[in-house]
Design a protein around this ligand. Structure first.
Ligand code: SF4
Length: 727
C-alpha cells in the first residue's frame, strides 16, 4: 500500500543522531518559564535563550512573543523558504490551565508562502502545554536540515534530540501512529505524547498545514487538530522537519504554578456549569461542534455556494447539522483537544471507509468535519455529499493541506472551468464542473503529489491567476473579481456580500481573510446592531483585538461566545452582549489567577493592541501593510455576474431603488450591476477610512507615530519604518 511505504523499522540503517542537548526541566512560575528553545537546523545547533523582560512586559506571551522574535530573526528581504525564516511555536501564560475550558492552544508564527509576510495560526492538541511544562515558553526553529529530521523533546528527562530519518512517508495519520508507539513506554504513556506533523501535500503546495496531536485514550487513537492557514506546513516541510515529538508526563492543576489558583477554580466552575447546562440549547458544540453553523449560514444566505456566487442551495440539507450529528460518534470524552475542556467540540467520524487514494478501502477516523471544511467542499465546490466531504477532509489532513485553502481554490478553478477560462487540455483531462466529486478528489490527490494539474492548483489562487493571465490570456479583471483571496490567502467560508463589517473583517485582517480575527456577520447582517460606519469601526477595533488576546495568552476562542450565560442577552444589549461581559470577567480572573497581576478588560485590550499593531507593522516591513493590500475581490462585496444578480434580483433592485436612489426602470442587468458596484466599493473605502481612524492608523492604513508611542512599541527600527510612510 502506497501510504505504508518506508516506515521506521525498514529504515533503521539510514537513521542517525545529528545532535542532542540537555536542559534543566523548567519550573513554570506564574504561567511562564521565561525561556525559549532555539534550534538551528542548518547548523545542528540547539540553545536555551531567555525571554527578555521588556519583551515580556510589552507583548505578554504567545503570538506576541512569536511575532517579536520572528521580526528580530528576519529582514525585509527574507522569503518564506530562506533558511533564516523561523517557525515559532508559542505558548501563553494561561495555556495549560486544566480548571478552565479551552486552554491548550498552540500559536504558530512564520513567514507565509502565500502572503510573503508574517502569518499566525492557532491549533489545539497537547503540544503547547507539554512544551511549557517541559520548560519552554517558545520553540523557535530556524535553518533547514539536509534530510528529513525528527526533533524529540523529552520534557521530564530534559533532553532534546535531532535525528535524521530520510525516506519516510510524511503523511500524517500513519506517521503519528508509529511515532506515538515509538516514543511511548506503554499504552498509558501514549497520553504523554504530542506530535507536530504535516504531509506530502505540504511539500508540493503552498497550502501546507501542521497537524498537532493528542492521544484519545477512550478511542485508543491518535487525534489531530490543524494549524491551517497560510502554508505554515509548507515552511515546516521546506525545513525538512518530518515531525516534532514532545513528551511530558505529570500535568496537574498546579502545573502552571498559578498565583491564585482559587480564581481559576471560580472561573472554571462558572463556565463549566454553563456549558453542561446550556450547550444543548445554544449551539450544540458538544454534539457536532462548529459544523452546527452550516444550517444558520444557509438560512441567512451566507453559505458559500459555487465559488461564493450564491449564499444558499436547495441541496444544502444533505450536509446539514443533523447529518453530522448522525455521522459523528457522540458522547466521547476524547473529543476535548486539551484536558479539562468541557466543550468537547473536537468531534470525529469513526470507521469511515475511504473510496480513493493511497489508503483506498481502509476504515479510518476522520477528525471533523469543522464548518469550514463542510461549507468549502460541500457548498463552495457544489458537492453536497457528506461522504465526499469526509474523504476530502481526511486526505487534506493526511497530506497536510488546508481544507479552506484547497476548497476555495478548487471552487475558483471550477468557476474558471465553467467559464472556459480553463479547459480539459489545461486541466489534463479533469472535468472541473461544480459538483464533480470524482474530479475534485482526483485534484486533491494530484495536488498532494505535485502531479498533473495539481501542480498549478497547489500554488493557491493568487499565483494561479497570474498563470492564467500570462500563459492562457485570461481576463485579469474578471479573475480579480472572482478569485477569492486577499493578501494572497484564500477566503474562509462565508458569503459577505451583505455584511460590510465582515468585508472589513476579512480585508483589513493582518494575515489575510480568515474569520479568526473577526467574525461580525451575525452582529452586522443578521441583527443589524452596528448600522453606522462608526459602529462598524468600533466593532472592527474591539473584536479583532479581543480575539488577538486569546492568541497571546494561549486560549481557544470557542468557550468565549459559543456558549453564553443564560441571561446574557437580558442583562446586556447590542455590542455589549456580544462581548459576553461575564466571560470577560472570567478572563480577567484567569489572567490574575495565573500571573498574579490584576487586570481590567481595558488593559486586556491594550495588551492585544500592542501585538496587533506590531503585526500590522511587520506587514509594512515586508512591503505590504498599506491600504491597497486591504482591498478585497468584488465578489466579497456584491454580485459580479448577471447570473448572480438575477439570483437575488428583487433584493438588489430594491437596494438600488431605496438606498442608492437609482432609477432601475428599463435598465439592463449590467447597468444595475455597475451602479450597485460603484456604491458598494465606495462603502468599503469609507469603512476602511473609519476603521483606520479608530485604530489609530493614517489614511494609508499605517499606524501613526503617536499611536506607536502610546502603545510603547516605539522601538528605533519601528519608528524608522513608519517614518518612511509619512507624507
Ligand atoms: S472548545 Fe473545542 S477546540 Fe476549543 S479547546 Fe475545547 S475541544 Fe478544543
Amino acid at each position: 500500500m502506497e501510504g505504508k511505504e518506508s516506515m521506521f523499522e525498514e529504515n533503521k540503517d539510514n537513521q542517525k543522531l545529528l545532535t542532542s542537548f540537555e536542559f534543566e526541566p523548567g519550573k513554570v512560575e506564574k504561567g511562564y518559564t521565561d525561556r525559549r528553545l532555539y534550534i538551528n537546523l542548518s547548523e545542528n545547533k540547539i540553545e536555551e535563550k531567555p525571554i527578555d523582560l521588556q519583551v515580556k512586559e510589552t507583548f505578554t506571551g504567545g503570538r506576541g512573543y512569536g511575532i517579536w522574535y520572528l521580526w528580530d530573526a528576519v529582514s525585509s528581504k527574507t522569503k518564506w523558504n530562506d533558511p533564516e525564516n523561523e517557525i515559532i511555536f508559542c505558548t501563553g501564560p494561561i495555556c495549560g490551565v486544566t480548571q478552565y475550558s479551552g486552554t491548550g492552544k498552540t500559536h504558530v508564527v512564520t513567514l507565509s508562502p502565500e502572503t510573503g509576510t508574517v502569518n499566525d495560526n492557532n491549533v489545539g492538541g497537547y503540544l503547547a502545554p507539554f512544551l511549557k511544562f517541559s520548560g519552554w515558553d517558545l520553540l523557535e526553529i530556524q535553518g533547514k536540515a539536509k534530510e528529513d529530521v525528527i526533533i524529540f523533546i523529552d520534557g521530564n528527562k530534559g533532553k532534546v534530540i535531532i535525528e535524521e530519518v530520510p525516506g519516510i512517508n510524511s503523511d500524517t495519520y500513519l506517521l503519528i501512529e508509529k511515532l506515538t508507539e515509538k516514543y511511548a513506554d506503554d499504552e498509558k504513556d501514549k497520553r504523554n505524547i504530542s506530535i507536530v506533523s504535516s504531509g506530502r501535500g505540504a511539500e508540493n503546495t503552498n497550502l501546507g498545514i501542521l497537524n498537532v496531536s493528542w492521544y484519545d485514550a477512550h478511542r485508543k487513537k491518535v487525534r489531530i487538530k490543524q494549524a491551517g492557514r497560510g502554508g505554515t506546513g509548507s515552511v515546516f516541510r521546506d525545513k525538512k522537519i518530518l515531525a516534532i515529538v514532545v513528551k511530558y508526563s505529570g500535568v496537574n492543576a498546579g502545573s502552571n504554578n498559578a498565583a491564585y489558583p482559587e480564581l481559576l477554580k471560580k472561573a472554571g466552575q462558572r463556565l463549566t456549569k454553563e456549558i453542561l447546562g446550556l450547550d444543548h440549547i445554544q449551539n450544540g458544540m458538544r454534539e457536532t461542534g462548529t459544523v452546527n453553523l452550516l444550517d444558520h449560514m444557509q438560512n441567512y444566505n451566507c453559505l458559500p455556494v459555487h465559488n461564493y456566487k450564491f449564499g444558499s442551495h436547495p441541496d444544502a440539507f444533505k450536509i446539514e447539522n443533523k447529518v453530522w450529528y448522525q455521522r459523528m460518534t457522540q458522547n466521547q470524552a476524547g473529543d476535548s483537544c486539551w484536558m479539562g475542556c468541557a466543550m468537547r467540540c473536537s468531534h470525529a467520524v469513526d470507521e469511515f471507509k475511504l473510496a480513493t487514494g493511497p489508503l483506498k478501502g481502509e476504515k479510518v477516523l476522520v477528525d471533523g468535519p469543522e464548518y469550514e471544511t463542510a461549507a468549502g467542499f460541500g457548498g463552495n465546490c457544489g458537492c453536497f455529499d457528506p461522504d465526499f466531504v469526509l474523504e476530502a477532509n481526511f486526505y487534506c489532513d493526511n497530506y497536510g493541506m488546508d481544507t479552506i485553502g484547497v476548497s476555495t481554490t478548487m471552487a475558483f478553478l471550477m468557476e474558471c472551468y465553467e467559464n472556459n477560462i480553463i479547459n480539459k487540455e489545461i486541466t489534463e483531462g479533469l472535468e472541473l464542473n461544480f459538483g464533480n466529486i470524482k474530479a475534485a478528489l482526483e485534484l486533491i490527490h494530484q495536488m498532494a503529489k505535485g502531479k498533473g494539474f495539481g501542480k498549478i492548483a497547489g500554488l493557491g489562487i493568487r499565483q494561479i491567476k497570474k498563470i492564467l493571465v500570462e500563459k492562457y490570456g485570461a481576463d485579469a479583471e474578471f479573475l480579480q473579481d472572482i478569485g477569492m483571496e486577499c493578501k494572497g490567502m484564500e477566503f474562509s467560508e462565508y458569503v459577505t456580500k451583505e455584511s460590510l463589517a465582515q468585508q472589513g473583517g476579512y480585508g483589513i485582517a493582518n494575515k489575510g481573510p480568515q474569520h479568526d480575527e473577526s467574525w461580525l456577520i451575525f452582529m452586522d447582517q443578521v441583527n443589524n446592531q452596528i448600522p453606522t460606519f462608526e459602529d462598524k469601526a468600533e466593532a472592527l477595533h474591539y473584536f479583532p483585538l479581543f480575539r488577538t488576546w486569546f492568541s497571546i495568552v494561549g486560549l481557544c476562542k470557542l468557550p468565549w461566545n459559543d456558549i453564553e450565560p443564560e441571561d446574557n442577552k437580558q442583562k446586556y444589549h447590542g455590542m455589549e452582549a456580544a462581548k459576553v461581559p461575564e466571560h470577560l470577567e472570567n478572563y480577567c480572573w484567569l489572567f490574575e489567577g495565573v500571573t498574579g497581576k490584576h487586570i481590567s478588560p481595558e488593559e486586556l485590550i491594550l495588551q492585544s493592541e500592542r501585538v496587533h499593531n506590531l503585526q500590522r507593522l511587520f506587514n509594512l516591513k515586508m512591503g505590504f501593510g498599506t491600504r491597497e493590500h486591504d482591498i478585497i475581490p468584488y465578489r466579497a462585496m456584491g454580485p459580479v455576474t448577471a447570473e448572480e444578480y438575477e439570483s437575488r434580483k428583487e433584493f438588489y433592485d430594491q437596494q438600488l431603488k431605496e438606498i442608492i436612489k437609482f432609477d432601475i426602470k428599463d435598465k439592463t442587468t449590467e447597468e444595475k450591476i455597475k451602479n450597485l458596484r460603484d456604491y458598494r466599493e465606495e462603502q468599503y473605502q469609507k469603512l476602511c477610512d473609519a476603521v483606520y481612524k479608530r485604530r489609530g492608523w493614517d489614511s494609508n492604513g499605517v499606524p501613526t507615530l503617536e499611536n506607536i508611542k502610546k502603545l510603547k512599541i516605539d522601538f528605533p527600527e519601528v519608528i524608522e519604518l513608519v517614518k518612511k510612510y509619512q507624507s
